[in-house]
Design a protein around this ligand. Structure first.
Ligand SMILES: [Zn+2]
Length: 74
């Protein structure tokens, strides 16, 4: 069981929506697997998930789309 970095609460597996503001470009990645603190709501991502988020963001940066909403499990 993961412990929360901030409050030492229990981290449960779940999904969340990841939102990012890139200087006027907004990206929302839906249904990102995460661990979520049951006490304070802090969310953490595994290394593999972070790597995939970075890839999605890299692709998005090269487009001129102002807002992108993508499913994580694409
Ligand atoms: Zn917490």
């Amino acid at each position: 069981m993961y412990k929360c970095f901030y409050c030492k609460g229990n981290m449960e597996e779940g999904f969340t929506n990841y939102m990012l503001d890139l200087d006027g470009q907004f990206i929302i990645i839906k249904n990102v697997p995460c661990h979520k603190c049951t006490q304070c709501g802090e969310v953490s991502y595994s290394g593999a998930v972070m790597a995939k988020i970075e890839k999605i963001v890299e692709v998005f940066k090269t487009t001129l789309t102002e807002v992108a909403i993508v499913e994580f499990a694409a």
